[in-house]
Design a protein around this ligand. Structure first.
Ligand SMILES: Nc1ncnc2c1ncn2[C@@H]1O[C@H](COP(=O)(O)OP(=O)(O)OP(=O)(O)O)[C@@H](O)[C@H]1O
Length: 238
């Protein structure tokens, strides 16, 4: 069984066809990158897979669960890092992790342990009891990354995880993603960062006009990933 599956998924917003028969299958243990031009349908795909919006047609499954009929069940199984998200301004990172831990049915000990680990990993220790409203943009991003992985979900959906992070923390997060998937977990990464996709992803899917137009293994192509991308989506811009 694939960890993540989309089959013939359609989604329109009024007259805009955001997804036009998108089909995708991701095996357990993959770090799968979704690349595509602005408006290609990446966020719509992630939102459907995490049960936040429903497709007009087609089927989707995450670890065998249908996000359309069981959105709460899917959200319990996965971790999610939405694009440009922030922790609630009135909670400290520690309080936010306690909240996330409670929702994820983690024990108090497990939340405390994970809080320590993530504070160390992302150098958040000095800010763990600071109100989130007073955190920098990058510090908020660190909190959201930690929250997505806090309960060690088998499947994680992450949208531009490196945004606003300094170069050293970016390297830490990239190494963590590789280790996490090497442990058998599955990550779907939506990004515009072609170098990260080329460097870290086991496979990359290129989405264009609401369809998956190709899938490549970055370590098995002779040309640069940016050239593959341009060949598939850049024709009309050349
Ligand atoms: N809530 C909405 N209402 C109307 N149209 C929408 C809505 N959300 C997305 N769209 C449209 O659907 C299409 C796909 O959008 P989507 O956000 O999925 O693309 P994306 O690949 O994530 O783009 P980007 O890389 O710019 O973030 C776009 O044409 C967008 O304008």
């Amino acid at each position: 069984m694939a960890a993540i599956e989309c089959d013939g998924v359609h989604k329109a917003y009024g007259s805009i066809r955001a997804l036009d028969g998108l089909t995708l299958s991701i095996e357990a243990g993959e770090l799968f990158g979704l690349l595509g031009p602005n408006g290609a349908g990446k966020t719509t795909t992630m939102s459907i897979l995490t049960g936040q919006i429903t497709p007009d047609d087609g089927t989707v499954r995450v670890l065998g669960t249908d996000p359309v009929t069981d959105p709460v069940g899917v959200r319990e199984l996965v971790g999610i890092l939405p694009e440009r998200s922030s922790p609630p301004s009135f909670l400290t990172p520690r309080e936010y992790f306690q909240f996330v831990g409670a929702v994820r049915a983690m024990s108090d000990d497990a939340v405390e342990r994970a809080t320590r680990e993530w504070a160390d990993r992302l150098d958040l220790g000095g800010h763990i009891d600071t109100l989130s409203t007073d955190l920098s943009r990058g510090q908020k991003q660190k909190v959201m990354i930690a929250a997505a992985f806090l309960h060690e979900p088998e499947v994680v959906f992450i949208d531009e995880p490196l945004a606003n992070l300094d170069p050293i923390v970016q390297e830490t997060v990239k190494a963590f993603l590789s280790e996490y998937r090497a442990d058998g977990n599955t990550i779907l990464l939506s990004t515009h960062d072609v170098s990260v996709a080329a460097e870290r992803c086991t496979r990359v899917g290129i989405v264009h006009d609401g369809e998956l137009v190709t899938t490549v293994r970055p370590d098995a192509i002779d040309e640069r990933l940016i050239d593959v991308f341009t060949d598939h989506v850049g024709g009309e811009r050349a």
